[in-house]
Design a protein around this ligand. Structure first.
Ligand code: UT7
Length: 337
């Protein structure tokens, strides 16, 4: 049995089309000033027509494998997990086709649906498979094309969400090795399922037999309610995890929280007692990319040289479900691709 699961590769991909606040202000009753002040977002990427979540996931997966020094071929990876809210189809999962397109045919492959917490859920799933000796190496991808589910008449969600994909490779390793995943904390509150949801398209709407109302196929969110829960749950989950693994808050080198909103990030850092400058921020450039958010933020921070080898990194996320989750690791000696 391996002693621990270690992060050994990191890659990210953003679709090329930049959508600025100014462009959105031409389309909606909003302004650059409102979006910047209320969210911290200045621009985001939206995939061009014809580009799906799976397409972005394949690009990010290639880069993560390259970063880990792995040749994409059958047997290189035992497990592929794709976390997404915007799968290519309701059925089947996106991951098997991503695995096939990456040349990883034969690997176990499935999706995880935990909205913006999906990457942390997927990371724990992969780490557990490695720890149990069921996988030597796993590829975990968070990928989203929210532009395909945004209501073109809803200014609030349309200014927040962006598209993108990020992936990591998790492999069997030694305790104390840089990159070692030290622990996780996951949770949910399904009584709040309607706070973030897509009303139509699933079996609930089909079972009811009613025709979907106009707009029911789009993503909906009760922003203010989500805001308060996001701060509370990410803070509490982080504290629970740090307490369990015995890491004092002041030993954390960087906090990499789900990039929901700059005000949420600042509030979580403050509640945890982590100085704001140690909270990684890239939402100004990419917006809220849901399950892709944390690997995109990690990749951006790694590319800028923000994360030092061996430093303690805390990940925390919150999303629809409601779901939340946190993960702790030491930063590995890798080059993000
Ligand atoms: O990814 C995980 C899940 N998502 C999140 O974590 C997002 C959490 N929520 C948020 O980030 C914030 O709640 C939002 C950014 C969505 C909204 O910010 P807020 O400060 O909570 O604003 P609000 O919803 O309380 O709305 C304030 C006002 C409203 O007008 P009235 O009722 O005061 O007249 C909205 O209609 O702002 C209005 N508004 C806008 N105005 C200009 C909402 N969206 C816009 C907009 N431009 N795009």
């Amino acid at each position: 049995m391996p002693q621990t699961a270690v992060l050994t590769g990191l890659g990210a991909y953003l679709p090329p089309r930049r959508v600025t606040n100014e462009e959105l202000a031409d389309r909606f009753d909003t302004t650059d000033e409102w979006i910047t002040a209320r969210t911290g977002i200045r621009t985001r990427r939206w995939a061009d027509p014809g580009i799906s979540t799976g397409d972005l996931a394949v690009e990010a997966g290639h880069r993560a494998l390259k970063s880990a020094g792995l040749t994409p071929e059958p047997g290189a990876v035992d497990l592929v997990v794709v976390a997404t809210t915007t799968p290519d189809h309701l059925c089947p999962a996106t991951a098997p086709n991503v695995a096939a397109r990456l040349g990883l045919g034969g690997a176990a492959a499935f999706d995880i649906s935990a909205v913006c917490s999906g990457f942390v859920y997927a990371l724990e799933t992969a780490a557990n498979a490695v720890l149990a000796g069921r996988a030597g190496t796993a590829l975990v991808i968070g990928a989203e094309t929210y532009s395909t589910i945004l209501n073109p008449e809803d200014r609030t969600t349309s200014v927040i969400f962006g598209d993108g994909a990020g992936g990591v490779v998790v492999s069997a390793g030694e305790d104390g090795e840089p990159g070692a995943l030290q622990g996780f904390d996951l949770g949910s509150d399904g009584t709040q399922k309607d706070v973030i949801y897509i009303p139509a398209g699933g079996s609930r709407q089909r079972a009811d037999g009613a025709r979907p109302a106009p707009g029911d196929e789009f993503f909906t969110m009760q922003g203010r309610k989500v805001f308060l829960s996001a701060v509370q749950r990410m803070s509490e989950s982080s504290q629970a995890l740090l307490g369990r693994i015995g890491w004092p808050t002041d030993s954390i080198g960087h906090l990499v929280a789900h990039q929901a909103n700059i005000r949420i990030l600042r509030a979580v850092a403050e509640q945890l007692g982590i100085p704001a400058e140690r909270a990684v921020v890239n939402l100004d450039q990419v917006g809220n990319t849901s399950a892709a958010s944390i690997p995109l933020a990690l990749s951006d921070a790694a590319a800028r040289g923000t994360l030092a080898v061996g430093e303690r990194v805390l990940l925390t996320a919150f999303g629809g479900g409601l779901t939340w989750g946190s993960a702790a690791l030491t930063w590995p000696d890798i080059v993000a691709a």
